[in-house]
Design a binder for this molecule. Structure first.
Ligand SMILES: O=C([O-])C(=O)C[C@H](O)[C@@H](O)C(=O)[O-]
Ligand SMILES: [Mg+2]
Length: 435
């Protein structure tokens, strides 16, 4: 396709800057978070000199696709997004990246060529919408049809956690302390409410045997009576174990997230419990929706603009969920403020988003913005400033990029099992179901 005639919105350059950002030792069923995690910062520059910002995963397999996809945008207008998405499948994905693979790094389901591309396109889309909004003097939510709420609610994302990364590993310190038992989890939840005012809580499970995690959720229910609670073991349990946990926590769970792996197993659990099942593992692509919805395997889908392919696709997903009477919530992997701003903008436009969204942002002490986004009473205010309403701090970007350049490659790809092996050399990626 030929480039569009030059116009103020024509994209002259796309800057791609991988960074490594500090991450605390958060535990999940695969292992533990690395001390630094990769993200990719995208800047789309137009003829008029406007710069739009986007952010996505920074692992090598995304970086490989980012340049060829970005090159397809250069010379076209920032509002030429449907063409960009339509042409994206002409960008080849290395078969070794996808053949028969499940994405273990981010615990977000199947890995397909399309999903890899969408995970990069999403950042280009967000950056284009930011640029477009800044050019027109409109917030991104206005470009999506307008907000239906002025603040977006987030949940406290609780993790089992070590006090610090293993001895001898270069890392930033954090002030959250350890959380390795019910008292530790409740203490962490109190710190979340004190610092950010969150009123709903999600515990990342699949770390300890289910009885211990049931006890932690019970302790949360006692400490925060009536507050929405979720437990997410990322598919670590068998159908039988999932049903047992659902029975024991039925009176306190808002939903149980990915108790077991795959749509058939989720459907079996769903048939045996009244507790709603949520997922960011068995429904992560449009192709997976039909089977899951017709089998009533899930009652809530966690959207995520990164891998669903942007803010417009998030709205498509929400519309499909609405059609089938399935609820919508929002997933997050480790992310910075550009993504939180994008998540908040799109969430503000989705009428059927009735659950507090997930966000890792409170765990991130570092950012690339001049001003961090703030949580107040567990919500982020929806910005009405042009674009995403955030500004890049070039010195911080350069600093975090320098860390990426200086890394020998060990941390450039998220690998929670490898990070765990530093503390426990015998650790191997656990077979599922673990329990
Ligand atoms: O809801 C989820 O499944 C996640 O947030 C996946 C993440 O990878 C989480 O488990 C993490 O950061 O360890
Ligand atoms: Mg999940």
């Amino acid at each position: 396709m030929t480039a569009s005639t030059s116009h103020g919105l024509t994209v002259t350059e796309v800057r791609l800057t991988p960074v490594l950002v500090a991450d605390p030792p958060l535990l999940n069923t695969q292992g533990v978070h690395q001390p630094y995690t990769p993200r990719l910062i995208v800047e789309v520059v137009t003829v008029d000199g406007v710069t739009g910002l986007g952010e996505t995963y920074g692992d090598t397999k995304y970086l490989e696709l980012a340049r060829p996809l970005a090159d397809r945008l250069v010379g076209h207008r920032a509002d030429d997004l449907n063409r960009l998405f339509a042409e994206a499948d002409q960008v080849a994905v290395d078969a070794a990246r996808v053949s028969g693979q499940v994405d273990v790094g981010g615990l977000r389901g199947v890995q397909t060529a399309d999903k890899l591309r969408l995970s990069v396109l999403s950042a280009l889309e967000v950056a284009c919408l930011d640029a477009l909004g800044k050019s027109l003097g409109l917030p991104v939510h206005a470009l999506l049809g307008g907000k239906v709420r002025d603040a977006v609610e987030y949940s406290a994302y609780l993790f089992y956690k070590w006090a610090e990364h293993p001895e001898g590993v270069p890392a930033e310190k954090d002030d959250w302390g350890a959380a390795l038992d019910p008292a530790g989890v409740v203490g962490q939840a109190h710190r979340f409410t004190e610092r950010y005012g969150f009123t709903s809580f999600k515990l990342k499970g699949g770390v300890f045997p289910p009885e211990e995690e049931i006890a932690a959720v019970r302790a949360l229910a006692a400490a925060f009576p009536g507050h929405p609670l979720r437990l997410d073991p990322n598919g670590a349990w068998s159908v039988e174990t999932s049903l047992k946990v659902a029975r024991e926590l039925a009176d306190v769970l808002e939903y149980l997230e990915d108790p077991t792996l795959g749509t058939p197993a989720m459907a079996e659990v769903s048939a045996g419990t009244e507790v709603p099942l949520a997922t960011n593992m068995c429904v992560t692509t449009f192709a997976e929706i039909k089977e899951a919805f017709t089998r009533d395997a899930v009652q809530v889908v966690l959207s995520d603009h990164h891998y669903w392919g942007g803010l417009r696709n998030t709205r498509h997903l929400a519309a499909i969920c609405r059609t089938f009477g399935v609820g919508v919530s929002m997933h997050s992997n480790t992310h910075l403020g550009i993504s939180l701003a994008a998540m908040t903008q799109v969430a503000s436009t989705v009428p059927n988003l009735h659950h507090a969204c997930d966000s890792h942002y409170p765990w991130q002490s570092e950012d690339v913005l001049t001003e961090r986004l703030a949580f107040e009473d567990g919500t982020v205010r929806v910005s009405d400033a042009p674009g995403l309403g955030v500004e890049l701090d070039r010195d911080r970007l350069a600093f975090l990029h320098r860390r990426w350049l200086d890394d020998d490659g060990t941390l450039r790809d998220r690998d929670d099992a490898a990070a765990m092996r530093v503390a426990d050399p015998a650790w191997t990626q656990p077979a599922v179901p673990r329990w």
